[in-house]
Ligand binder design. Structure first.
Ligand SMILES: NC(=O)c1ccc[n+]([C@@H]2O[C@H](COP(=O)([O-])OP(=O)(O)OC[C@H]3O[C@@H](n4cnc5c(N)ncnc54)[C@H](O)[C@@H]3O)[C@@H](O)[C@H]2O)c1
Ligand SMILES: Nc1ncnc2c1ncn2[C@@H]1O[C@H](COP(=O)(O)OP(=O)(O)OP(=O)(O)O)[C@@H](O)[C@H]1O
Length: 585
């Protein structure tokens, strides 16, 4: 996977005539210097007086010529090998791009398919000329009539990809009415069939109403609450969600939508089920959790889920907490997002990271209460939990859609880039570092098809904008508003003066490869957890995940962000300069 690197150094004679083939920065050998070597030998011989030269000198000059010729041949051989390698790389990247496009098409088609399945419920909005589709379980989305055409195109493409790419078959079959339907699993949990490596597909957004009707009252009670998202800017409520981001009428380019608008969440039916996640080993958290559970059950009549550990703790306190629900195995955790309307976290940022890591697909809105020391992502104060939850349950609320990164490890022995280990979603960052090794990491970095750089230092952080205030900040990265979509590329202690951090656009795939000439393996860790070793030839692929983490805001995402950098980090805190003193008049 790594371009091979030669390190050749040869030197003949002294002064002007010395020939050297050195290895400059970033590992690229200057092959021109090899071509120049033969010329330099000729020059050296011309400088030597020919007359009166004894036989040894003639022999020596012949030997030099032979060496120079050998060097030229080596240079030519290397140049042709490089050209061949470049051609193979080009073919490989083409193939890779084609595969990625196919993958995107499939996931895009999954959305289109969901749209298709709700087409029958679509209604024409006469005022705007738009067709409005209500997704009963998650969002309402306006789509233009042209989408209809795209859906059928997408379905054709899906048929193509189903034939050519078995990886992404989420268990769909076509019924006699030509509609795409879910294959029935023997255990009735067809969603499980949609989880490739434990990551959800968009299939899970389908309505669960039919399930609840057929399964009686219990499931009816568990039906997910629906809500609607709308985008607004500068305090104005611009509820018209246009899909054309860029228009170029009459040669004028205009952008209509910006992804960083404030988002507001309005419940369309009342939330019924909350999941409470708590930081372990904290007495204050335990006490608050018991109070909150009681209040939510008695005053708000909500169904409550907690982790198995917390249920045991609650039952130890009182058997009255018998109504609190939990799960038995990890398989049930994968289905939590289909039952839970709202997640409440009691702890610090680590508990928000923990909550996000439990959802390997869509994430319900999270209300994070601060019971830690820093609390960048936890704007709610626990003392006022009743007022806060009252207002959240009533809605509408401002939310921050925190982007996540999807990380896949591709081992050297993998057949292709889809032959990966279980993908991991991170809310803060993935770090590739030297682990316990005392050697510099040597990491080759690519952005889509382009070589970025080699990281020689302690490692590299690929961070979300939410994670920009965490480890990336400590390594010298910029602080970025969490609503800005992008991937931060921040080196850790690079052994180079000019290696400044980068911010890459959200649509790219970053590939980090451990080259074969690396002195030691590298280690990847995900939101500070789950260390994985990366041996020579292994790669880590990182791209923006389609499932952000919606966290409720105290005021709005900008106000909350600025407050947290002021209160949490004391950003740019300095005594104000006094008026009396030197000044320009
Ligand atoms: N040198 C460093 O700054 C450093 C080193 C290792 C890990 N970390 C961070 O710790 C995170 C894991 O957090 P944890 O609570 O499980 O471990 P932890 O208990 O070690 O706490 C790490 C600290 O980072 C803070 N933090 C976490 N996410 C943040 C964010 N998005 N913005 C601002 N501060 C944030 C936490 O509040 C906590 O104070 C990792 O994702 C990584 O970003 C930082
Ligand atoms: N429900 C949970 N189960 C297991 N571990 C958890 C859970 N919630 C949080 N943790 C872990 O506990 C650790 C501490 O959590 P958290 O950061 O929320 O608290 P804190 O350290 O007191 O807060 P702060 O970092 O702001 O001081 C983190 O490493 C986190 O991953």
């Amino acid at each position: 996977m790594s371009p091979s690197k030669l390190d050749s150094t040869a030197s003949f004679g002294n002064g002007d005539a010395s020939i050297s083939c050195s290895k400059p920065e970033n590992g690229f050998v200057d092959s021109l210097s090899l071509f120049h070597s033969e010329k330099a030998v000729e020059e050296l011989l011309q400088q030597t007086p020919v007359e009166g030269m004894d036989e040894h000198l003639i022999e020596f000059s012949e030997a030099l010529r032979t060496v120079a010729k050998a060097l030229r041949r080596a240079a030519e051989g290397k140049a042709s090998a490089q050209a061949e390698a470049a051609e193979w790389k080009r073919r490989y990247e083409l193939e890779r791009t084609r595969n990625i496009q196919m993958e995107r098409q499939v996931s895009g088609n999954n959305i289109c398919e969901t749209l298709q399945s709700w087409w029958t419920r679509a209604s024409l909005d006469n005022a705007t000329g738009m067709i409005r589709i209500i997704f009963p379980c998650l969002v309402s989305w306006d789509v233009s009539k042209e989408r209809n055409k795209r859906v059928s195109e997408a379905r054709n493409a899906e048929r193509f990809s189903a034939e050519h790419n078995g990886d992404f078959d989420c268990g769909r079959v076509e019924n006699s009415n030509n509609q795409l339907v879910q294959k029935n699993e023997p255990d009735g949990h067809s969603e499980k069939g949609c989880m490739k490596h434990g990551i959800c597909s968009h299939e899970v957004l389908r309505d669960r109403e039919s399930d609840s009707n057929s399964n009686g009252d219990h499931n009816k009670m568990m039906r997910k609450a629906s809500f609607k998202l709308s985008w607004w800017c500068k305090g104005e409520n611009g509820d018209q969600h246009k899909h054309d981001i860029v228009s170029f009428e009459k040669g004028n380019i205009t952008t209509a939508e910006r992804s960083s608008k404030q988002i507001s969440l309005k419940w369309e039916s009342d939330p019924q089920t909350v999941l409470i996640l708590t930081k372990p080993n904290s007495v204050s958290v335990r006490i608050l959790c018991a109070q909150m559970v009681r209040w939510l059950k008695e005053k708000k009549k909500l169904n409550i889920y907690v982790e198995p550990r917390v249920r045991v703790e609650l039952l130890t306190e009182s058997s009255d907490f018998n109504y609190v629900q939990t799960w038995k195995d990890d398989g049930e955790i994968l289905l939590l997002h289909t039952k839970v309307d709202l997640v409440i976290t009691l702890g610090g940022d680590g508990t928000v990271l923990w909550a996000a890591s439990m959802f390997k697909g869509p994430v319900p809105p999270i209300v994070p209460f601060s019971l830690g020391s820093l609390g960048f992502m936890t704007p709610f104060h626990s003392e006022h939990y009743k007022e806060c939850l009252d207002s959240v349950l009533r809605g509408p609320i401002s939310i921050t859609l925190r982007h996540r990164l999807l990380c896949r490890v591709v081992r050297d022995a993998a057949k292709n880039e889809y032959d990966t280990e279980e993908p991991i979603l991170v809310l803060n960052e993935v770090t590739i570092d030297r682990g316990i090794s005392s050697y510099l990491t040597n990491l080759e970095c690519y952005c889509d098809n382009s070589f970025v750089t080699c990281v020689q230092g302690d490692g590299l952080i690929l961070s979300t904008t939410s994670g920009s205030t965490a480890y990336s900040l400590a390594a010298g990265g910029s602080m970025v508003h969490p609503q800005v979509p992008g991937i931060l590329f921040t080196p850790i202690c690079p052994h180079s003066l000019s290696f400044r951090p980068l911010i890459l656009p959200e649509h790219v795939t970053v590939r980090i490869v451990v080259p074969f000439n690396s002195r030691s393996p590298a280690w990847a860790s995900f939101d500070g957890k789950d260390r994985k070793q990366l041996a020579a030839g292994d790669a880590l692929l990182c791209s923006m995940a389609p499932w952000p983490v919606p966290t409720a805001c105290q005021v709005d995402s900008t106000n909350d962000f600025l407050r947290s950098i002021h209160d949490g980090l004391h950003w740019n805190l300095r005594k104000t300069q006094s008026f009396d003193g030197p000044r320009d008049l």
